[in-house]
Design a protein around this ligand. Structure first.
Ligand SMILES: C[S@@+](CC[C@H](N)C(=O)[O-])C[C@H]1O[C@@H](n2cnc3c(N)ncnc32)[C@H](O)[C@@H]1O
Length: 269
């Protein structure tokens, strides 16, 4: 099992991250609608949040939906809690690693924003198994997850040409985050590594392929994350793995430009 890479300094800098690296407003509408549908038939609905995502906590608080955050670090729960419009308390937290989940209790709807993205692909099966073990019959798991269709990668020249031609109205980190993650992806280990990405971007900046501004927008986030790995699994493999535990799978998304690459997957048990 991997280490705890999500340190409190990452949580403290949550404010500088942008969708797709955090929930967008249109994704929250999708989640809100789904929670309302479920709560209509089950007023005692219990939601489980994978991590301490402030946007999900606020959504549950706004509509008096009972929820628990499952997070391996109380300090991250507290630090991310500073971003809440509706403050909550420690009674909402279950301190546990998603790869262990040794606590009692069942959940009706699980929410995860990039939860699998920050968990090694080799641990996804045990994570899904644990989520399922803590699911009431008919429970749903709603995961926003960047996925790759195949192993095609773009060079930095191609990625930043795409950015300048079509996405220059967006912050470069948000606009080509996925393409940059895949540019130096380790397909054998099924992961990217922030220090590798940073070093390659630095080299491209030195060669004039990436501008100082574009480089700065990535590096300020890569420096906060530090020794951090993220994955963008193959869509077919990820879905097959999830289906072993949640046999009914539906795809949806928000309205964002990245919605094809970053679906919201609803798995039902
Ligand atoms: C906001 S959440 C979900 C991921 C987030 N959207 C992102 O971009 O990284 C991050 C939280 O998940 C927690 N976390 C990360 N990996 C975990 C694991 N394996 N088990 C439990 N909590 C974990 C971290 O402590 C952090 O508070």
């Amino acid at each position: 099992m991997g280490q705890e890479q999500w340190t409190s300094s990452v949580a403290a800098e949550w404010g500088i991250f942008l969708p797709p690296a955090r929930p967008s407003l249109s994704e929250l509408v999708v989640i809100e609608t789904r929670l309302f549908e479920r709560k209509k038939n089950n007023p005692g609905l219990r939601v489980g949040i994978l991590g301490s995502t402030p946007e999900y906590r606020d959504l549950c608080q706004t509509y008096a939906i009972d929820y628990r955050c499952v997070d391996y670090r109380q300090d991250n729960f507290d630090t991310l809690g500073r971003h809440l419009l509706h403050p909550d308390g420690a009674e909402r937290l279950i301190v546990s690693d998603w790869r262990k989940m040794e606590f009692p209790g069942q959940i009706d709807v699980w929410l995860g924003d990039l939860a699998t993205t920050v968990t090694p692909v080799s641990d996804h099966r045990v994570m899904f198994e644990n989520i399922r073990a803590h699911s009431r019959p008919g429970a749903e798991v709603i995961l926003k997850v960047p996925l790759r269709a195949d192993n095609t990668v773009l060079t930095h020249e191609q990625i930043f040409a795409l950015y300048r031609a079509e996405r220059a109205h967006l912050n470069p980190f948000a606009a080509v985050w996925i393409e940059v993650l895949l540019a130096d992806y380790d397909f054998a280990a099924d992961t990217m590594y922030c220090p590798t990405s940073r070093a390659r971007l630095e080299e491209s900046c030195r060669q004039g392929i990436v501008s100082e501004f574009e480089f700065g927008e990535f590096t300020k986030r890569w420096d906060v994350l530090g020794d951090f790995k993220m994955n963008i699994p193959l869509r077919s493999e990820f879905v097959a793995r999830l289906r072993e535990f949640f046999p009914v799978i539906k795809f949806t998304s928000g309205q964002d430009w990245y919605r094809e690459q970053v679906p919201i997957i609803i798995g039902r048990y």
